[in-house]
Design a protein around this ligand. Structure first.
Ligand code: GDP
Ligand code: MG
Length: 604
C-alpha cells in the first residue's frame, strides 16, 4: 500500500466510555464484518475481558475507507487503509499502551458525553501527547438523555486547546456521526513516513500466544519491508527466526506477501513463547539488517508480588503447569518456587499491578480449576545495608535484619479527577497514604484534576475503594510508576506461640506498624480456635513486641459435658472435630484452620 493512503490510529478512552462499541461500529461501517456475524465487542476476545468489560490485549484491525467526497467534489475518493490499533485500557499495562501509541500517528480521544473527562482519559492523553500524536477529540453517547455535549465539548476543547466546534459528536450505539469521524481520521491523521529502501525496522506492539499457531506478533513497519519466508532478527536478543507467515488482520488473519513502510499487521515465526517476541522490540532483516533499533524498548518489570499456594497441597504440580502455560502468553508474569512454613509449597509470583494479579488468579482458578490462597500483595523494595550490600526484596519475610542503611520503595504519579466538592476528601485520603501533591487544575468550574506522588504500596491495598467511598463513586484514578523514594520502613512479624508466621510478615511505614500489628493480632485472636494450651499471638518489629493477644486454653471438660448425654451426640462431636482437623495447618505447635489464613490475607 502507498503510505500516503495509510492512517494508523488508536482510540483512547476511560473505561465504559464506549471504545469497544465504537470499534464495532467502525467494523460494520467499513464492511469488514458482515452484519450477521456482528456480535457486541467483536475485538475483545478473552472471556474475562468480555465479562469485566476491559480490554487486556491490544489488537489491530485494518479498515478500508473511502472518505465521503466533499460537497460538490468530483467522483469517488481513493480507498484508504485505516489501521485501528486497540490499546489496553488499564493502568497496569501502561507500557503496552505506550507501544500501541508509538505505532500510531493519531488517536481518537473518546469521552462519554454524560460523564465528561475521567482520570484514564487524561493519563492516556498525556501519553499520546508525549508521542506527538494528532488528537481527534470526540464525544460519545450523544443519544443519551443525560448527555451534556456542550458542557463537555468546552471541557475537551479547553484541555487540548482547540475550538469547541472541533469536537465531534457521535453515538457509537446508533452509529450517528461515525462516518464523519472516519472521514476526519483520513483528513487529520498524518500518513506514516518511513524510508522505503532502508533496512527493515518494525516495532512489536503486541504478542499473543495461540495454541494452534504459536505466537502471533503484531507489528508496525517503520522503514523498509518485511517479506514472507525471509529470516528476521529480534534486535534486543539477536535471535533469528523465519517469517513463516506475514499478513494483516481484517479482522481475521489474512496472509500477504509482505508488509511495507507504515503498514500494520502480524507475523508468525513458530516461536511458542511470547518472551521470544517481546512487546517493544525491533524486528529487522537477518541479512543486511538495520544497525540501530527503534527507541523505547523496555523489559516488562513486575511491580507487585504475591505468594500463590494451592489450597490442597497435592495440587502443587498442577499450579506449576498452569503458571508455565500462562507465561507463554504473558511476558510480564514471573514466578519462582517458594516455601512457607504456614502455607506449604507455592510460588512467589510477580505482576504488573493489581488488575494483572486479579486476572491471573482468576484464570488459574477458572481455566485450570485450582483453588488458591494468595498472600497479601506487596511491592518490591530496594535495601542497602551499611556494609554496602544490596537486596531486592519481593517477599516481606525475606526483608533483611541487621544494619540497614536505606530502604527504597516504588512510587507512582497518580492522576485523580473529581467534582470539586470532593477536593478536601481526596487531599485527606492522599495525605493519610503518604502522598505529596504535585499540582491541581480545574477542567471546568466544577471539576478538578489533582496530581499526586504516592507510594505504590499505599495504593495496592484498598486505595481505590477508599477513594470511591469518600467521593460517592465520583472520583476516578489512574497512575503510572515513576521511580523510587527513600522511606522509613520496617518489617512487622507475627508470632504464634513464639513462632514466626511467614505468611503474615509485612513491610509498613514506621508510623503505621503499630496499627498494622494491633489489627492483625486482633483478627487472629478471633479466628484461631482454642488449643490445649494458651497461645500468645504477638506482633513484633525485630525483637520488640508491639502488640499482643492471647487465645486462652481450651477447657478440659468439652467432652465431659456429653457424659450422661446420649452417646450419638458425643460421637458426632468427635467426628466434627476430626473433619475440622483435616483443614488445619500446623504452624509451629499451633493448629490454624485454613480459613483463618484466607480471612486474614484477604484485605477487607
Ligand atoms: P469501553 O469500556 O470503552 O470499551 O466501553 P464499551 O464499548 O464496552 O461501552 C460501555 C457501555 O456503554 C456499554 O454498555 C455500551 O453499550 C454503552 N455505550 C457505548 N456507546 C454508547 C452510545 O453511543 N450510546 C449509548 N447509549 N450507550 C453506549
Ligand atoms: Mg472495551
Amino acid at each position: 500500500t502507498d503510505p500516503a493512503l495509510i492512517r494508523n490510529f488508536c482510540i483512547i478512552a476511560h473505561i465504559d466510555h464506549g471504545k469497544s462499541t465504537l470499534a464495532d461500529r467502525m467494523l460494520q461501517l467499513t464492511g469488514v464484518v458482515e452484519q450477521r456475524q456482528m456480535r457486541a465487542q467483536y475485538l475483545d476476545r478473552m472471556d474475562i475481558e468480555r465479562e469485566r468489560g476491559i480490554t487486556i490485549k491490544s489488537q489491530a484491525v485494518r479498515l478500508p475507507w473511502a472518505p465521503t467526497p466533499a460537497e460538490g467534489g468530483e467522483g469517488e475518493s481513493a480507498t484508504h487503509v485505516l489501521n485501528m490499533i486497540d490499546t489496553p485500557g488499564h493502568v497496569d499495562f501502561t507500557y503496552e499502551v505506550s507501544r500501541s501509541l508509538a505505532a500510531c500517528e493519531g488517536c481518537i480521544l473518546l469521552v462519554d458525553a454524560a460523564q465528561g473527562i475521567e482520570a484514564q482519559t487524561l493519563a492516556n492523553l498525556y501519553l499520546a501527547m508525549e508521542h506527538d500524536l494528532t488528537i481527534i477529540p470526540v464525544l460519545n453517547k450523544i443519544d443519551l438523555p443525560a448527555a451534556q455535549p456542550e458542557k463537555f465539548a468546552a471541557e475537551l476543547a479547553h484541555l487540548i486547546g482547540c475550538d469547541p466546534s472541533d469536537v465531534l459528536k457521535v453515538s457509537a450505539k446508533t452509529g450517528e456521526g461515525v462516518d464523519a469521524l472516519l472521514d476526519k481520521v483520513v483528513a487529520e491523521v498524518p500518513p506514516p513516513v518511513g524510508v522505503a529502501d532502508a533496512p527493515a525496522r518494525a516495532m512489536i506492539f503486541d504478542s499473543v500466544y495461540d495454541s494452534y499457531r504459536g505466537v502471533v506478533t503484531y507489528v508496525r513497519v517503520v522503514d523498509g519491508r518485511l517479506n514472507k519466508r525471509e529470516r528476521i532478527r529480534m534486535m534486543s536478543t539477536g535471535a533469528a527466526h523465519e517469517l513463516l507467515e506475514i499478513g494483516v488482520s481484517a479482522p481475521e488473519m489474512t496472509a500477504a506477501d509482505g508488509l511495507g513502510v507504515g503498514e500494520v499487521g502480524y507475523i508468525i515465526t513458530g516461536v511458542k513463547d511470547v518472551r521470544q517476541s517481546k512487546v517493544g522490540d525491533t524486528i529487522t532483516s537477518f541479512a543486511k539488517g538495520a544497525e540501530k533499533p527503534l527507541g523505547g524498548y523496555k523489559d516488562p518489570k513486575p511491580m507487585v508480588f504475591s505468594g500463590l499456594y494451592p489450597l490442597d497441597g497435592s495440587d502443587y504440580p498442577e499450579l506449576r503447569e498452569a503458571l508455565d502455560k500462562l507465561q507463554l502468553n504473558d511476558a510480564a508474569l514471573v514466578y519462582e518456587p517458594e516455601t512457607s512454613a504456614a502455607l506449604g509449597f507455592g510460588f512467589r509470583v510477580g505482576f504488573l499491578g493489581l488488575l494483572h494479579l486479579d486476572v491471573v488468579r482468576e484464570r488459574l482458578e477458572r481455566e485450570f480449576g485450582l483453588d488458591l490462597i494468595a498472600t497479601a500483595p506487596n511491592v518490591v523494595y530496594g535495601v542497602t545495608m551499611e556494609d554496602g550490600t544490596e537486596h531486592t526484596v519481593t517477599n516481606p519475610s525475606e526483608f533483611p535484619s541487621g544494619k540497614i542503611a536505606e530502604v527504597r520503595e516504588p512510587v507512582v504519579r497518580a492522576t485523580l479527577l473529581a467534582p470539586s466538592e470532593f477536593i478536601g476528601a481526596i487531599m485527606e485520603l492522599c495525605q493519610s497514604r503518604r502522598g505529596s501533591l504535585l499540582g491541581m487544575d480545574y477542567l471546568s468550574e466544577d471539576r478538578v484534576e489533582l496530581r499526586y506522588t504516592l507510594p505504590l504500596a499505599e495504593i495496592v491495598f484498598d486505595f481505590f475503594d477508599a477513594l470511591k467511598s469518600k467521593t460517592r463513586g465520583y472520583a476516578s484514578l489512574d497512575y503510572e510508576p515513576t521511580g523510587e523514594q527513600l522511606a522509613d520502613l520496617v518489617k512487622v512479624d507475627i508470632l504464634m506461640n513464639g513462632d514466626k508466621v511467614d505468611a503474615f510478615s509485612a513491610i509498613t511505614h514506621k508510623d503505621k506498624a503499630y496499627a498494622y500489628g494491633v489489627r492483625l493480632v486482633g483478627k487472629l485472636r478471633e479466628l484461631i480456635p482454642r488449643q490445649n494450651f494458651e497461645v500468645p499471638i504477638q506482633a513484633a518489629i525485630g525483637s520488640r513486641v508491639i502488640a499482643r493477644e492471647t487465645v486462652r486454653a481450651i477447657r478440659k471438660d468439652v467432652l465431659a459435658k456429653c457424659y450422661g448425654g446420649d452417646i450419638s451426640r458425643k460421637r458426632k462431636l468427635l467426628e466434627k472435630q476430626k473433619e475440622g482437623k483435616k483443614r488445619m495447618k500446623m504452624v509451629g505447635s499451633v493448629e490454624v484452620p485454613q480459613e483463618a489464613f484466607i480471612a486474614v490475607l484477604s484485605s477487607d
